[in-house]
Ligand binder design. Structure first.
Ligand code: PMP
Length: 375
């Protein structure tokens, strides 16, 4: 049996997907070529790409007025690509950001290079104190307190803070916040495909693939078509959504192998019963782990219960002096990559779609045993 892999990303892939890719590695469907060896303009890859997009649209119920783009640059690239494309829309050059953890902070700091960018709200302790946006990030600012400028082109937030373990599901209607013309833009990198997405609430959703959708190298961008076509003159052509959309994500050579792998993941997801089935399984996994953490005096998760992430579960040992021993024994028990991000410390279990409940139960059993021996 393979070990259970709790990496935050790149992260565990469904074994079945890896096996299919292995079987097709040197000869895809009798073509005599590996997918890596195919022209992106050839009929085989065009089919792979079209199926991946169709399956993705079907899985998430993406409306027709949204373009689905397969891009490069990852989430961090998109932190620049998004403002370069959107901040000029409407003429005011403004965008507002909600800060709820490490990733939304990074997005905010990058966007400031391209326009008049303000903080709409923050759950950071020192927000009011000025520039030093500091955690700990343990809650999410309720939309009722967001200060949204009516002439902002867009309002951005991160719907799952991978490092801090904060997930926000109740996306607001910006018209109700006084900004009917602003688009809500969302970094959904670490929960994409784990639960449904309400596209009626958003103008743009992006997600790096390397958690729930496949290997690193491709970024999924869902963008409402009326938001395309407003790129700043300095926007690189390859990152201008209008070029990428017009060329069906083939303005430049796309990351063909990553798109193929993501396509295999989409087919696997459909076989599992789609997003509704994944959401149910993810809720059960998270419930099992959080209820164990809450019942134990030996471990603790510090995120407010209403916004605890179903995907990334940070936790701390009461005695931090045991951290190294915990990680060593976990590794020996076949429970890999549990070390928390350096900015938070402690541990983090990432339990994406590819992690079955058996893996979570194995982690809980190990934690109980470790507590028994060291508690
Ligand atoms: N946003 C979120 C929510 C993430 O979790 C990550 C990666 N962990 C990123 C953005 C950045 O992704 P990349 O490293 O692919 O640019």
């Amino acid at each position: 049996m393979r070990p259970w892999n709790f990496s935050a990303g790149p992260s565990a892939m469904p074994l079945e997907v890896l096996q299919t890719a292995a079987a097709e590695m040197s000869d895809w469907h009798g073509s005599g070529m590996s997918v890596m060896e195919m022209s992106h303009r050839g009929k085989q890859f065009i089919q792979i790409h079209a199926e991946a997009e169709a399956d993705l649209r079907e899985l998430l119920g993406v409306p027709d007025d949204f373009a689905v783009l397969f891009m490069q640059g990852g989430g961090i690239g998109e932190n620049a690509i998004l403002p370069l494309n959107l901040i000029g829309r409407g003429g005011a050059g403004k965008a507002d950001y909600v800060l709820s953890g490490s990733w939304s902070n990074k997005s905010y700091k990058e966007a400031r290079r391209y326009g008049d960018v303000a903080i709409a709200a923050s759950s950071g302790d020192s927000w009011e104190a000025g520039e030093a946006e500091q955690g700990p990030w343990t809650w999410f600012p309720d939309p009722a307190i967001w200060k949204v400028r009516p002439d902002a082109s867009y309002v951005h937030f991160c719907s799952n803070e991978t490092i801090d373990g904060v997930e926000f599901t109740d996306w607001p209607d910006l018209a109700e916040l006084g900004a009917p013309n602003a688009a809500l833009t969302v970094d959904a990198s670490s929960h994409i495909l784990s639960r449904p997405i309400d596209f009626s609430r958003t103008g743009l959703v992006f997600a790096g693939a390397q958690k729930n959708a496949g290997p690193a190298g491709v970024t999924l961008v869902f963008v409402r078509r009326d938001l395309i076509g407003h790129a700043l003159p300095i926007c690189p052509s390859a990152f201008d959504y209008s070029n990428v959309a017009a060329a069906d994500s083939m303005f430049n050579t796309p990351p063909t192998y990553a798109i193929y792998m993501a396509g295999l993941v989409f087919k696997w997801l459909k076989k599992q019963g789609g997003i509704a089935a994944m959401e149910k399984a993810n809720a059960a996994k998270a419930q099992a782990l959080y209820s164990y953490l809450d019942s134990s005096g030996f471990y603790a998760n510090r995120v407010h219960a209403d916004v605890r992430s179903r995907m990334n579960v940070p936790f701390f040992l009461a005695d931090e002096g045991l951290n190294a021993e915990f990680l060593k024994q976990a590794d020996q028990a076949g429970l890999l990559q549990l070390k928390g991000h350096k900015s938070v410390g402690g541990m983090r279990a990432s339990i994406y779609n590819a992690m079955p409940i058996d893996g979570v139960n194995a982690l809980i059993a190990f934690m109980q045993e470790f507590e028994r021996r060291h508690g």
